[in-house]
Design a protein around this ligand. Structure first.
Ligand code: NAD
Length: 502
């Protein structure tokens, strides 16, 4: 099948967007490489401390006028942005595939989920409403209003370059705050495109800024006294030890959504065909580079005797391996392709290291994704096929740590209790799923499991824009989560007014 036309024709020289202007950075420049083709598609600046300070200044200056703009007018800007995103839907999706490597269908899904957040934030007059009660004492009324705080920093990860900053940015702006977005320097082009559209939608200068770069920009935000809060999505060591810790020291609000290691349970009564189909996208979608990816497949023998359990286990593993071995791998702009490359060579090396470790620690390699066959004539630098280990135990490195690649670890549990214990022994708490037709088991699972996102006969538990994107344990640091009403609370201060009528 021919590959779709590429929207990026020549190497882009990316700039920062500050105070309504596109400005060149003085910082050093890094290549953005399409991992499927190996072509350099953009040069991204690693901005300096002075440049982040200038963006904070611009955002701070824009704040007084923007917060006085009525919420309904701010909401209209977001609906215009939503319309522009719809008009550019296919281009935005292809850009994601080019800069990240994911398949075009995965990118289209990401674009849709991102736009939904802009839509929800457009309803800000209702979302931001306070409340009131008359006669808290005779002749005295009390009411609560929500007010914006000022300037917020938004730090994105590489794996969802379009969608993740939109868990925060539209709500921050809709509530009357001003923002600085720092996309991942590995794939920053989607956020450049969104910022161009935000400008076209009429969001005033200084309200929505973008500064490219890495840790200098992040620490510049963390240390800046005029930044009121930070939204971070990325790995646990950076989210917990850098962002959350520093926000605590400097008194900033913080949401830090971090790493994951997700368990998927298959109960004996599960519909095997549908379970395995759901598991393919769960474990291998986005090439396993998803905080909601299935990672540990637990075959649970609740109610089965030894012989029955052995047969059930084999049946599940055979079906899983068979389906995984048929996934078509190649360039994401080929619509026949079901799995793209990893984001870059370094990430592939890291995943290969985990495969080596799995073998060394005694897990059985049932499907080896190394030296995989690719559709098309692409350099094989970043490609890796689905890989399945059997007989993995929770103590093994591959059963415990986040691999962030297309590697599944199959585990055994004789009962639902034992499987839940396994989940709880893991330091992360992002997502967990159960496949079963038994309501009691499903209820028990959702009631007891310490994870922020629970799937019942669903493999990827991605909350809609009007629900929070939750997380527990080492997967989340903060109090309120991204998306919907919760993030509106994060971006606003409650003020209580008590009034006596003379
Ligand atoms: P990362 O932590 O390497 O980078 C995230 C962001 O932090 C990037 O913008 C990066 O430039 C910046 N950064 C990196 N090192 C830094 C440092 N030392 N100081 C300050 N800033 C720094 O994460 P990543 O590899 O881009 O993303 C993958 C991770 O994100 C995975 O762990 C994944 O599970 C997680 N993730 C979590 C969620 C969630 O909602 N829980 C969603 C998506 C991704």
């Amino acid at each position: 099948m021919p590959i779709l036309e590429e929207p990026i024709k020549e190497t882009l020289k990316l700039k920062n967007y500050v105070d309504g202007e596109w400005v060149a950075s003085q910082g050093e420049v890094k290549d953005v490489v399409n991992p499927a083709t190996g072509k350099v598609i953009a040069k991204v600046p690693i901005s300096t401390k002075d440049e982040i300070n200038a963006a904070v200044e611009a955002a701070k200056d824009a704040f007084p006028d923007w917060r006085r703009t009525p919420p309904v007018a701010r909401g209209r800007c977001l609906f215009r942005l939503r319309d522009l995103m719809e008009q550019h839907f296919e281009e935005l999706s292809r850009v994601q595939t080019m800069e990240h490597g994911k398949t075009i269908d995965e990118s289209r899904g990401e674009t849709r989920r991102g736009i939904e957040n802009v839509e929800v934030a457009g309803g800000i007059p209702s979302l931001m409403m306070g409340c009131s009660l008359e006669d808290i004492a005779a002749g005295i009324d009390e009411y609560l209003i929500r007010q914006p705080l000022g300037v917020f920093g938004i730090i994105g990860p590489f794996n969802f370059p379009f969608m993740v900053p939109l868990w925060f940015a539209p709500y921050a702006v809709a509530t009357g705050n001003c923002i600085i977005v720092k996309p991942s320097s590995e794939d920053p082009i989607s956020q450049i495109k969104i910022t161009e559209l935000a400008d076209e939608a009429g969001i005033p200068p200084g309200v929505w800024n973008l500064v490219n770069g890495g840790r200098t920009v992040v620490s510049g935000m963390l240390d800046h006294p005029d930044i009121k809060g930070m939204c971070f999505v990325g790995s646990t060591p950076v989210g917990r030890d850098v962002v959350y810790t520093r926000c605590g020291e400097t008194g900033k609000r913080v949401i830090a959504q971090c790493g994951a290691k997700n368990f998927v349970l298959v109960m004996p009564d599960a519909n095997l065909g549908r379970t395995v189909a759901a598991c393919m996208t769960s474990f291998f979608g986005n090439t396993g580079q998803r905080c909601l990816s299935g990672a540990n497949l637990v075959v649970v023998g609740e109610g089965l005797n030894e012989r029955e359990y052995a047969a059930f286990y084999e049946k599940v593993v055979d079906a899983f391996v068979d389906a995984a071995s048929r996934i078509r791998i190649g360039c994401g702009l080929d619509e026949a392709v079901q799995m793209g490359p990893l984001r870059d060579e370094g990430k592939k090396e890291r995943v290969l290291g985990y495969i080596e470790k799995g073998i060394k620690e005694g897990a059985k390699l049932r499907l080896d994704g190394r030296n995989v066959t690719i559709i098309g004539d692409w350099p094989d630098t970043c490609f890796l096929g689905p890989t399945v280990f059997e007989d993995v135990t929770p103590e093994m490195t591959i059963g415990t740590e986040e691999i962030f690649g297309p590697v599944a670890s199959v585990m055994r549990a004789r009962s639902l209790d034992e499987a839940i214990e396994m989940i709880h022994s893991n330091p992360f708490g992002n997502a967990a799923s159960i496949f079963t037709a038994n309501g009691k088991w499903a209820r028990e699972f959702q009631y007891r499991v310490e994870c922020g996102n629970i799937g019942i006969n669903i493999g990827i538990v991605a909350p809609m824009a009007f629900f929070p994107f939750s997380g527990m344990k080492n997967s989340f640091f903060g109090a309120l989560h991204g998306q919907g009403r919760e993030v509106v609370r994060f971006f606003t201060e409650s003020k209580v007014v008590i009034q006596r009528w003379f």
